[in-house]
Design a protein. Sequence first.
Length: 359
Amino acid sequence: MSPARRGSAKPIGALRMMHRVYKHVLPDVRLELDRWRTKAAAIPDNELRTQAIASIKSKQFHCQGGSVYAAANPEYRHILVALIVALQTISDYLDNLCDRSTSLDPNDFRLLHQSMLDAIDPAGPVGFYYELRSEQEDGGYLQELVRTCQQAVRQLPSYSCVQPYVTELVQLYCDLQVYKHIQTDLRERELLAWRERNSKLGPHLQWNEFAAATGSTLGMFMLFLAASLTDLSEEEAIRIRDSYFPHVCGLHIMLDYLIDQAEDRDGGDLNFCSYYPDQETLVSRIVMIVERARTDVAGLPDAKFHRLIIEGLLALYLSDPKVKRQGDVKRIARRLMRGSPWTRLFFYFNSIWIRTRHA
């Protein structure tokens, strides 16, 4: 994609996209993750080091999947991969810290996640984010992740057009992480009150579906890609935001929670798929979100690229090894895969190959 071209992504077919992903993007992601893995291993505090290393080891497919957006603009590939990997690594690291936290303090969680808001502000500060918790010595790991993001967004020619919408999505993401990680007898009440305060956003969605949509980084990544164009307009930035949030983002995280149900039950973690009365309702709501997501992206320039993203999401999550270990989830996956277009099947088998080859 030439940065002089108007629009959001260059038309790119499944075969061409995966060729770029295999040849360029995945090797770039591996290099970035290796760099952060080395830095994580040098963290002085044992708990912070453990969680930083674990987040990269167990969630690297988040970076691999998110970096697919960099395949749409080879000229800005290195900047986009560095940015996407760094921001996703912050997200995954903080999720681990909060999930397995020695703290239940919402102020601690909010201060930790201020790092994400600072990271997407090209002129923002770089703070100390551990002040409200006992583990503090990370050797500058989180601050360096923040600086890497800031340096990258400063190089995106149209970032000023997308920055308000990136900030909105990151703020919603941070709110979710605070409310979902507080003590269990408070979290649902706080999540419901938060949903009420944001009732104008996706009013047709149930509270758990709205919350799931705020937990996705895909809208941010798509806005980063759009910002690599030199002549992006504010109207185009708004259209991208509206096309990705809430349905594409919601699909992303509902699928993530779908395959994590057993794991979350064992860990006592909140799971948004557990709030339906039965499996039939769960399937029907996911199907509704899929259909709305396809409708939303149909109005974007290069809609084919965005349809590939949707099919890729379904393939990535439904091919996860966790699916086979859960009878209910396996049955749901079969229903969602029924009648799949060839592109979804193509991504399904490629997802399996990527996990085995790039683990």
